[in-house]
Write a protein that binds this ligand. Structure first.
Ligand SMILES: [Zn+2]
Length: 425
């Protein structure tokens, strides 16, 4: 096993033990930035990596608590100040030789899921189970981050054999499709000629690489707060019930008609309201999402949410605040980039199968970065490097890091050899 692969596995386990949710990845970002700087990368952090105006679904209270936790765990204050409260980073390597700008994207956040304590679970066996109660890397983004750092080490080692510029995007807050919009809006991919992103697992088993031509549903995530007028239950005419308004909205939004043009989805995931039996509820909140097979169909669903909320809150005499807190578009890969990934994957040790793999019903905010790259004339691709798992977003998600990470790393570095290599890297 090479030193880079050993380091990737160690990094992944270290990250696995300290999972941080979206926009809260301070310990993670510190590890990334320190490593990139040590390797000689120019590093963009804070509002140079993401546009705060487009930081969707970022809760300042959670961010503050996460920064305090990171500080208590040894992240220097000077670094926390540098981030200005915004996680994520971009590592830039300019070879000084003319050539294309290539960006690779790695998402870094974890999920609010308690990790299993089953003694047979990989992380329990290996002694790197999550140390943060209620959170775990149940989607493998710890593996993505470790692969990104492994690619960074490879770029530094092989810099004299590369041309052009390599950008490594360590994106915060993929869960809830929140972070990519902020990196896109900051302009970090506006000059990019080649782009690749990937996910571990999904439908790809260990040893398999799936390359994607098209897919993913466009999606919009909403948070809704409803405000009514409280009153005693004995005088209901003096109140406006946010609870009844919210309940009516759950039924109306949940039964929005679909679209003949393709797949649609609507999901209300959470509804909170009420303070006591004999009080007309003043507040209600909903978290929900819609999806569509095309960006246009998703827009149709999102507009239907807006008009339904507006109409039903008016009917109940309530006011509301409806916020878009996440977004992703559909994906279409560029065939030239798809072919480069396929030929790179075919050469990676441990890969026994390279297949076409198009995600039909999931969503992934890498699509937002990809769309921007393509709008500027760049070519982009998304692929999967496999692992064997029981399902993503589960408390027992596993990735077999000793085998899977080297495969992801091999495909990304093979892509770079093809886009930015002088002969025979
Ligand atoms: Zn994921």
């Amino acid at each position: 096993m090479s030193d880079i692969v050993k380091t990737m596995i160690a990094d992944r386990r270290r990250l696995h033990a300290r999972p941080e949710e979206g926009w809260c990845e301070f310990e993670t970002t510190y590890l990334i930035v320190a490593r990139l700087r040590a390797l000689g990368f120019e590093v963009w952090t804070g509002d140079r990596a993401v546009d705060p105006e487009h930081a969707l679904g970022r809760d300042p209270k959670l961010v503050e608590a996460a920064a305090a936790r990171a500080s208590a765990h040894g992240v220097p204050q000077v670094f926390l100040d540098e981030t200005k409260g915004y996680t994520g980073a971009v590592g830039v390597w300019k070879t000084g030789r003319p050539g294309p700008v290539t960006a690779l994207r790695f998402d870094i956040d974890a999920l609010p899921i308690d990790e299993t304590t089953d003694a047979e679970h990989e992380a329990c066996r290996g002694g790197y189970r999550s140390e943060i109660p209620g959170f775990s890397h149940a989607c493998g983004h710890d593996g993505h981050t470790a692969v990104g750092l492994g690619v960074a080490a490879w770029v530094a080692e092989n810099a004299d054999k590369l041309c052009g510029t390599v950008k490594l995007l360590f994106q915060p807050a993929e869960e809830g499709v929140r972070g990519a919009a902020a990196m896109t809006a900051r302009g970090v991919v506006d000059d990019v000629d080649w782009f690749a992103g990937a996910h571990i697992g999904c439908s790809a088993r260990l040893g398999q690489v799936g390359v994607s031509h098209h897919g993913y549903l466009a999606t919009t995530k909403f948070d809704l707060d409803i405000t009514g007028v409280p009153s005693a239950a004995g005088s209901p005419e003096k109140g406006k019930s946010a609870l009844m308004c919210g309940a009516a909205l759950c039924m109306s939004l949940g039964s929005l008609p679909g679209h003949s043009g393709g797949i649609t989805r609507v999901q209300i995931g959470k509804f909170n309201s009420g303070t006591g039996r004999n009080i007309v509820a003043e507040h209600a909140s909903l978290v929900m999402e819609v999806r569509g097979e095309t960006t246009e169909i998703n827009d149709y669903m999102a507009k239907a949410v807006e008009s339904t909320v507006s109409g039903i809150t008016a009917a109940y005499g309530c006011t509301y605040d409806l916020r878009r807190v996440g977004e992703a578009v559909t994906y279409r890969g560029d065939e030239e980039a798809v072919e480069l990934i396929k030929s790179a994957a075919a050469e990676v040790p441990g890969v026994d199968s390279v297949v076409d793999m198009n995600a039909k019903v999931g969503s992934e905010d890498c699509t937002v970065l990809i769309r921007r790259v393509q709008e500027h004339g760049g070519k982009a691709v998304f692929f999967y490097f496999g692992c064997n798992h029981h399902g993503h977003h589960r408390h027992d998600f596993e990735i077999q890091d000793e085998t899977s990470l080297a495969i992801g790393w091999g495909v990304f570095t093979g892509f770079l050899k093809r886009t930015n290599g002088l002969q025979a890297v």
